[in-house]
Design a protein around this ligand. Structure first.
Ligand code: APR
Length: 241
């Protein structure tokens, strides 16, 4: 049976399907990913830009980088793939989405059960008192400061920071209980996020990877579909009864 048809069948037969997305889920919405040929990390070293150390050592460049990403985000909308995943949740075909993305496009497409492992660009937070601000705060001042005089950082997990415990716990439960685990648009190079597809597989789930390029976990996959997220999801949707 052809791969797309097989995935449609598995999706309908599975009682517990979880989707796991990376930056490749949002490139068709116009947002660059990180590690493919024109990804963000091809031009900049993430540790020079997306770390707490970078925020302290070269704040101007750090905040300009996140203001650029917020600007891009303002121009982006969920694409057909995001909307199909939201419909599948409504129809009970998927339990939820574990995402590494911070762009909020799954929420804007209507998905409800979304676990944001790497935080969100929709918010900003004071590193001293943990007060949460809307992300616009990052646009107001060159070096955004909290009322408590602490520095305000984007609400994303920076390199060197620990992932949010509640997100890790939710992702762990979803992965352990899944019977079908579908990875879409991730190189699976970053831990601990890349632990969840392996965990699901170890717990007996079928692992499907939809990606444009090979990933770190292709050897573990039960089904590999090379293609664009939005296009593949549209083809699967056409076959799902
Ligand atoms: N459809 C399918 N796959 C795509 C598409 C697309 N339209 N566009 C890009 N891809 C693939 C790329 O080939 C690449 O393998 O998506 C993958 C994206 O991988 P990365 O750029 O490494 O992004 P991601 O896996 O999400 O990175 C994980 O790294 O920098 C950190 O915190 C950041 O959350 C990010 C994490």
């Amino acid at each position: 049976m052809e791969n797309i048809a097989l995935l449609a069948k598995w999706l309908q037969d599975s009682q517990s399907t979880v989707v796991f997305t990376g930056a490749g889920m949002s490139t068709e919405a116009g947002l660059p990913d990180f590690r493919s040929k024109d990804g963000l990390w091809k031009k900049k070293d993430p540790r020079q830009l997306a770390s707490i150390d970078a925020m302290k050592r070269n704040p101007e460049e750090f905040y300009d980088f996140y203001r650029m990403r917020l600007h891009n985000l303002g121009l982006a909308d969920p694409h057909k793939g995001h909307k199909i995943l939201a419909q599948w949740e409504q129809r009970g075909l998927i339990k939820g989405i574990i995402t590494q993305n911070v762009d909020g496009l799954h929420h804007r497409a209507g998905s409800n059960n979304v676990v944001e492992l790497h935080g969100t660009l929709r918010e900003a937070v004071c590193i001293k008192c943990q007060k949460v601000y809307p992300s616009d705060k990052l646009l107001e001042e060159k070096i955004p400061q909290c009322d408590c005089q602490g520095k305000i950082k984007p609400g994303v997990i920076l390199f060197g920071e620990r992932l949010p415990v509640d997100a890790l716990e939710k992702a762990d439960t979803l992965s352990r209980e899944s019977k079908l685990f579908i990875v879409i648009g991730s190189s699976l190079e970053v831990s601990p996020a890349n632990y969840f597809p392996s965990l699901a597989r170890q717990m007996g789930a079928k692992l499907v990877i939809i990606n444009l390029e090979p990933t770190m976990l292709d050897y573990e996959a039960d089904l590999l579909i090379k293609g664009k997220a939005g296009e593949v999801l549209e083809q699967v949707e056409k076959l799902v009864k």
